[in-house]
Design a protein around this ligand. Structure first.
Ligand code: TXA
Ligand code: MG
Length: 323
């Protein structure tokens, strides 16, 4: 965990154009000074991420919204007031303060005030914006603790601010407010229902509209193992079928469908928590564990797609996407 002096050190690294891994309540980010284009370019290099895929700019408070946005529509103000700090990102028109390398050339920018106390201390001490994607290699599972970051990025990151395990566990919900009607580009830690209550209108989920959102490309958030999605009552049978084909099988299944007796030692069984908050918090850890235990296939099912279930289902679909 972080020690005294770590915030100062992280600020120093950011000011010097270095990269700092920052804990947030969703996942760890790989951060750089958003106004230092050279530092931002390094993020893309370290992640192996195409340079036209825009980054989120993290800011210290909703009061800074107007410093980074050219225009803030009324629904965006309401959402920021209600959900920041928190797991929600707003896509707005960018102010000239945002370099185009951050937005991948787009005239819009994604902004978020994270809820983790260390991230907030860092942003407040730094004063500027921190551009940060999730701190994983492009396409891989996002890191939910500092060890995951070190394993994935090693010395490529100059400093890791260790804030323990992430409390939400899936990325922020991205809401685009640049169009005529707000829309969700990526489901995440704030539920669609909660957002809709605040803006008092329906929020479509426009996954396909967000062509430039890499989180929305097939096969993202993906473990090494190939993921098969089936109905919950078919998981065991599908697992047996794959095992007969000689595969090392992992099962990720709801408690109600778990094997009644100690399962076949050749299969790795992970029981998905009934609580969607707990499932979200641990989803990436489960995918990592299935890899670590040598599974080459994983059979899973989608939870009901309301509340946090929408984000969990989205990530499982991405994990199962074509490679
Ligand atoms: O919870 C999170 O959002 C985490 C933490 C670190 O804040 N960050 C994260 O960043 O998930 P990343 O880069 O892995 O995903 C950000 C998503 C991408 O899908 C990106 O394309 C989209 O946000 N995005 C960024 N700027 C955008 C823009 N101007 N228009 C549309 N989508 C944008
Ligand atoms: Mg990511």
């Amino acid at each position: 965990m972080a020690e005294a002096g770590d915030i100062e050190r992280a600020v120093h690294v950011l000011r010097a154009g270095g990269l700092v891994a920052i804990p947030t309540e969703t996942v760890y980010g790989l951060g750089a000074d958003a106004e230092n284009s050279t530092a931002v370019v390094r993020i893309f290099a370290v992640k192996g991420r195409p340079s036209n895929h825009p980054l989120i700019v993290h800011i210290g408070s909703a009061s800074q919204l107007d410093d980074w946005a050219a225009e803030v529509p009324e629904p965006a103000r309401r959402l920021a007031a209600r959900f920041w700090p928190g797991p929600m990102t707003l896509v707005v028109r960018r102010s000239p303060r945002v370099p185009l390398v951050v937005t991948g050339g787009l005239e819009s920018v994604a902004l978020r005030v994270p809820a983790h106390p260390l991230a907030l201390s860092l942003l407040s001490a730094f004063g500027g914006g921190v551009a940060a994607p999730s701190a994983n290699r492009f396409g891989a599972v996002s890191p939910t603790n500092a060890r995951h970051v070190r394993e994935a990025l090693g010395d490529a990151v100059d400093f890791v601010l260790d804030g323990g395990a992430c409390a939400v566990g899936v990325e922020s919900t991205i809401v685009d407010v640049t169009g005529d009607a707000p829309a969700i580009l990526r489901p995440g830690g704030v539920s669609r229902e909660d957002l809709e209550r605040v803006i008092e209108r329906r929020l479509p989920v426009n996954l396909e509209a967000s062509v430039r959102a890499p989180g929305q490309h097939p096969s993202h958030y993906a473990p090494r193992a190939k993921v098969f999605l089936v109905e919950p009552d078919s998981i065991l049978a599908e697992g047996e079928r794959l095992q007969r084909l000689g595969r090392r099988v992992g099962l990720l299944l709801p408690a109600a469908f778990a094997p009644p007796h100690a399962s076949d030692a050749d299969q790795v069984v992970i029981v998905a928590p009934d609580s969607m908050a707990e499932y979200a918090r641990r989803l990436y850890e489960f995918l990592r564990e299935l890899d670590h235990r040598g599974c080459d296939v994983v059979v899973a099912s989608l939870p009901a797609e309301d509340g946090l279930g929408l984000a969990i289902a989205d990530r499982l679909r991405r994990a199962a996407g074509p490679r």
